[in-house]
Design a protein around this ligand. Structure first.
Ligand code: MTE
Ligand code: MO
Length: 383
């Protein structure tokens, strides 16, 4: 069993599959702390977790005129300045279970928990590429940076993905070759000893157990870049889908979800006030500027209080275009007098004034990706 050496996982996680291991935390845990504790951070593996010996680990940087640059873990840590960012990672399949209710899709049945917010420390990919010989000559032809994981299929092909070169080399791109997550060595499930963290971009490009970086004129030829993680029209089904016709997902659209109360909860009328909590995030470094909450299925709206850390009242803004981390939000609203059932809804707005669609129908796609319709939670009121 190639999965027999997989690490232990926290029992509170809700597993969507065991081999490979994929799991998400209960939603209410997500809004308990601004930084998602590593044990509760969603896990999305496509293959068995590779066992990597940190002493013999080598990262190969290829495709540049100077030839291959090979770095040990120690060299990555000492030759390059250590940078720390707080960034949210979200799987493109987050909230697929809701899209699946609109019409059946194929994929893991994620709830709202295939997302997490962590601090990541490591070398900047930009610094490593510059050391490997990236410069104006290379910029003439290079278009993509490909990443290869050390996790392999039985056929020998590794997990792989790529990002546009501009994101990789820009000073404001903040792409890290991370060796720490939440202040500790990256754990086995999250890519020990090195994972790429591509902030603002779909989780699939943040390649774990990084073995190789290739600067190229082409995108990664891997299955996950070419034949998965693309969006299509609701009119396209498995008989008509043409993967070549759509670009690979990179930056994600604006997202938000209610983490508490949970679907079907019963609220006591005597409580008078209802507290609703959740998260909100947008891709491409766009900052969430507002979250609207409705208690009546979208007829009337209230503005939630946003938090940029666990500090009370913290509303600090990140530099423009570099809002990599989510915001938690919270609102206290009086229970409507007559109602016996409430449909709670949240929707976020980012600083480009992008907002979320009201339903899943018009954004439905065969693979169940990019699900960001208004999040709706029904609760009952007990008299
Ligand atoms: N990297 C490798 N090497 N193998 C993988 O299976 N899964 C990707 C990405 N990087 C994956 C990978 C996907 S689809 C997601 S959503 C994120 O890792 C999940 O990261 P996490 O498990 O740290 O939450
Ligand atoms: Mo993912």
């Amino acid at each position: 069993d190639p999965y027999s050496s997989d690490p232990e996982r926290h029992p509170v996680l809700h597993a969507n599959s065991l081999k490979p291991f994929t799991a998400e935390p209960p939603p209410e845990i997500l809004s308990d702390s601004y930084i998602t504790p590593t044990a509760f951070f969603f896990k999305r593996n496509h293959l068995p977790v590779p066992q990597v010996d940190p002493d013999s680990y080598r990262l190969h940087v290829e495709g540049l005129p100077k030839g291959v640059l090979t770095l040990s873990l120690e060299e990555l840590k000492t030759r390059f300045p250590k940078h720390t960012i707080t960034a949210t990672l979200q799987c493109a399949g987050n909230r697929r279970s809701e899209m699946n209710k609109a019409k059946q899709v194929k994929g893991l049945n994620w709830g709202v928990g295939a997302i997490g917010n962590a601090t990541w420390s490591g070398a900047k990919l930009r610094d490593v590429l510059l050391a490997a010989g990236y410069g104006p000559d290379v910029a003439q032809w290079a278009r993509h940076v490909q990443f290869e994981g050390l996790d392999k299929e039985i056929t020998g092909s590794a997990y792989g993905a790529s990002i546009p070169i501009n994101k990789a080399v820009s000073e404001e791109g903040d792409v890290l070759l991370a060796y720490e997550m939440n202040g500790e060595d990256i754990p086995a499930d999250h890519g020990f000893p090195i994972r790429v963290v591509v902030p603002g971009v779909v989780g699939a490009r943040s390649v774990k157990w990084l073995g190789k970086i290739v600067v190229s004129a082409e995108e990664s030829s891997s299955h996950w870049q070419q034949k998965d993680y693309k969006g299509f029209s609701p009119g396209i089904d498995w008989d008509t889908v043409d993967y070549k016709s759509a670009p690979a997902i990179q930056e994600l659209p604006v997202q938000s979800a209610i983490t508490t109360p949970s679907e079907g909860s019963v609220i006591d009328r005597s409580e008078e006030m209802l507290t609703v909590k959740g998260y909100a995030w947008s891709g491409g470094g766009r900052e969430v500027i507002r979250v609207d909450v409705s208690l009546d299925g979208g007829k009337t709206w209230n503005v939630a209080k946003l938090k940029s850390s666990d500090k009370e009242g913290d509303q600090t803004s990140p530099p423009l275009g570099r809002a990599w981390a989510w915001k938690l939000w919270e609102i206290m609203v009086p229970l409507p007098p007559e109602a016996q059932e409430l449909e709670l809804i949240c929707k976020a707005v980012d600083n480009s004034y992008n907002t979320q669609p009201d339903t899943f129908g018009p954004i439905w796609n065969v693979r169940g990706l990019l699900g960001n319709a208004w999040h709706r939670v029904k609760v009952k009121i007990n008299e």
